[in-house]
Ligand binder design. Sequence first.
Ligand SMILES: [Zn+2]
Length: 342
Amino acid sequence: MTSVILTRRGFFAAGAIAGVGIAGASGSLTGLAEAAAEVADFVKGPPVKDHPVVALSPHVFYIEAPSGTPTPENQGMMANLTFVIGDTGVVVVDTGSSVQIAEMAIRRLKAMSGKSVVGVVNTHYHGDHWLGNDGFVQVYGADLPIWALAGTRREIAGATGTLWHDSMLKWTNGATLGTRIVPPNRDVDHGFELSLGDVTLRMHHYGPAHTPHDLCVEVVEDGVMCVGDVLMHRRIANMDDGSFKGTIETIDRLTAAANPKIWLPGHGRPGPEVATWQRELFAGIWETCLRAVDEGTPLEGALALVLNDPRVATRAAGTEGWDRTIGKYVSLAYLEAEQAKF
Ligand SMILES: [Zn+2]
């Protein structure tokens, strides 16, 4: 990885000097801009290797990402990408962390289906779910609809989007180089429906959960719910912008509205049990923190109570990164419980 990056930097330096030479010879600023654009084409991270496509239901297929955090080795491939394939085309739910990941996904899609992508949905504003938008507009056009809640669009178009773009570059040691920020271009809200002829996508949003602006996509005929990061499979989501109370409410309202057969999370494996498993864990954390705040138990005491709650204790061994994250998440839940009380 390091040698590849150094080589590219070498190209960049050589190209930049050549570019100045060309501009100097022609005396033209246009010449310089053109040369710079050619150099920019060089400065792109390496391709991402093919990842498996899993057939989940008649219309739903997903590219499975290894779980974990972005590293130079995984090139930011850490969130699942989903294809909903209908008679009239393909909708992609979440596009991964880079233009390279999107290019891999398009390669995989073309190998399995002759249908074109007719739209993209971004479930929320965390960069591992939308930085790949760039790859899809490059192939399917700048007018390709990219649907999201207005709040998600604003965050991606603003400082949050830039922060995610730059952070991904840093975490992967430049593997995502060349990825441009392409924000959503169509606002949708709860209840919005899309038809692909033989299959319908219905959007759900019930207030803050994993972020203030989470969109869940129900694939109606297949009984599949794409939940973004509202649910995760055997790991606790990043709850820095989230709400434990809101996540539990969202799970309950999604269940009441759609009663899906399969929950498809952005990280980890889908299945019928994903919602129950996480709801119990979150209830164990949230309800215990509420009671601790009510009884005046300080944070350290609340942490001990949470860890002893059977709903939490039984899930510790099967949850990725538990020791590293549980203390932080109990602190967040405790803070939210304090805010709820006062
Ligand atoms: Zn997220």
